[in-house]
Design a binder for this molecule. Structure first.
Ligand code: HEM
Ligand SMILES: [Ca+2]
Length: 348
């Protein structure tokens, strides 16, 4: 293990290496000017999605065929944005790339490090998020990633699991852990007639409500319906991806999916671990500098807070884990309500 040399920055904070100190002014800048004063809003959500779409574009299988397999978490989606943001699964990411680019230029950091940093800081703005890790040391990318490496909501579970295994040796359990990100998420482009459609009723909170919602029977479309990769959701205003629906019900993944229901401590610890792995794909973590001390600590959630939405109960659950019954939950009081949109950034 590397010997830690603690350093004290000019703001009085102690970090594991003096190289981390330069990130405090960047933190302040993006909290004020990218995340609208430390919000868990659309910019934070899109910054987290950007980490995934940059990082997952790496393929040892392509390399084994003598082809370029992509550089993983290298910032290629920002440097070669005219190529990569035109790939079908990356639709909409041109927006957050355009918002992030000026900060990379202003602060003179690598795009790969910045994307990982912004993803971690953005999620830390969501109550219930883990203490996010941030590792420093991604060189600038050399080439655009090839097309075809980013998962789509209309892919089969087989396709998704195979892609995750190739990219990062992620197994089916780790794939479920990664999908916890959809607790703080909305869709802008799946339904061309609506934007800001959240995947659960609490897109501003990193909680386990997403895992409750995805197990309920679908009854309605939030907008036009009939879109590729979309299936009916249980609540007005809520978007459900076909891929989340299928992974919640597949025998390989259903029990892990259900294990997160009302289990905030499992959610945070598994996501803390898997985000560090995702955000360093393609790099040797042992050569990187651990600057996690720079990332703010999230507001904790008090207790386990999962609820059936108003008007729903156990009878609406489509249980898919053969081993364990679905947990008993309270139902939120009042009449059934519609889930509120996540407003996209101005000018989007
Ligand atoms: C099985 C793999 C996955 C599929 C098929 C998938 C698909 C999608 C789709 C279709 C959207 C909506 C995009 C839009 O229309 O605006 C979305 C949003 C999002 N995804 Fe995923 N995703 C996957 C895994 C992940 C992972 C691993 C992460 C992060 C670790 C992630 C983070 C997000 C976030 C934060 C959003 C919300 C973006 C926003 O609110 O603007 N996704 N995902
Ligand atoms: Ca949530």
């Amino acid at each position: 293990a590397a010997i830690e040399k603690r350093a004290t920055c000019s703001n009085g904070k102690t970090v594991s290496s003096a190289a981390c100190c330069a990130w405090f002014p960047i933190l302040q800048d993006i909290q004020e000017n990218l995340f609208n004063g430390g919000q868990c809003g659309a910019e934070a959500h899109e910054s987290l999605r950007l980490v995934f779409h940059d990082a997952i574009a790496i393929s040892p299988a392509l390399e084994a065929q003598g082809k370029f397999g992509g550089g993983g978490a290298d910032g290629s989606i920002m440097v070669f944005d005219t190529i990569e943001t035109n790939f079908h699964p990356n639709i909409g990411l041109d927006e957050i790339v355009r918002l992030q680019k000026p900060f990379v230029q202003k602060h003179g950091v690598t795009p790969g490090d910045f994307i990982a940093f912004a993803g971690a800081v953005g999620l830390s703005n969501c109550p219930g998020a883990p203490q996010m890790n941030f590792f420093l040391g991604r060189p600038a990318p050399t080439k655009a990633a090839p097309d075809g490496l980013v998962t789509e909501p209309f892919h089969s579970v087989d396709q998704i699991l195979a892609r995750m295994a190739d990219a990062g040796e992620f197994d089916e359990l780790e794939t479920v852990w990664l999908l916890s990100a959809h607790s703080v998420a909305a869709a802008n482009d799946v339904d061309p007639t609506r934007n800001g459609l959240p995947f659960d009723s609490t897109p501003g909170i990193f909680d386990t409500q997403f895992f409750v919602k995805t197990q309920l029977a679908g009854t309605t479309f939030p907008g036009s319906g009939g879109n590729q990769g979309e299936v009916m959701s249980p609540l007005a205003g809520e978007m459900r991806l076909q891929s989340d629906f299928l992974i919640a019900r597949d025998t390989r993944t259903a029990c892990e999916w259900q294990s997160f229901v009302n289990n905030q401590s499992k959610l945070t610890s598994d996501f803390q671990f898997i985000f560090a792995a995702l955000s360093t794909l393609g790099h040797d973590m042992t050569t990187m500098t651990d600057c996690s001390d720079v990332i703010p600590i999230s507001k904790p959630l008090r207790g386990d807070s999962a609820r059936f939405p108003a008007g729903k109960s156990m009878k609406d659950v489509e249980p898919a884990c053969a081993e364990t019954p679905f947990p008993t939950l309270a139902t939120a009081p009042g009449p059934a309500t519609s889930v509120a949109r996540v407003p996209p950034p101005p000018g989007a």
